[in-house]
Design a protein around this ligand. Structure first.
Ligand SMILES: [Zn+2]
Length: 92
């Protein structure tokens, strides 16, 4: 009699393809550019200008933010106040 002695103790890893959703921050309230310029500073690689954004809804002001180019500037940034929701981060 040979007793089966299993040494396979590992559990098969289940890929969690479901259940993970790419978080997508809903940028409902945008702060729009109120000023843009070149301060003559050294920017982060890939950035060419700085811009100041203000939210028409709450008056929030972004401060000077480096942007890649004017197109990115015109796109605006999400207002930190109006989009202040617990579940979402405003990264980007
Ligand atoms: Zn706002």
């Amino acid at each position: 009699m040979v007793s089966p002695r299993s040494t396979t103790k590992y559990k098969p890893r289940q890929p969690d393809l479901f259940g993970y959703r790419k978080p997508r921050a809903p940028q409902r309230y945008l702060a729009h550019m109120i000023d843009v310029g070149d301060h003559g500073c050294i920017y982060e690689p890939g950035n060419t200008c700085v811009a100041l954004f203000s939210c028409a809804r709450c008056g929030w002001e972004s401060g000077w933010i480096e942007r890649q180019n004017k197109t990115h500037v015109l796109r605006g940034v999400a207002c930190a106040k109006c989009n202040d929701q617990p579940q979402g981060s405003l990264a980007g």
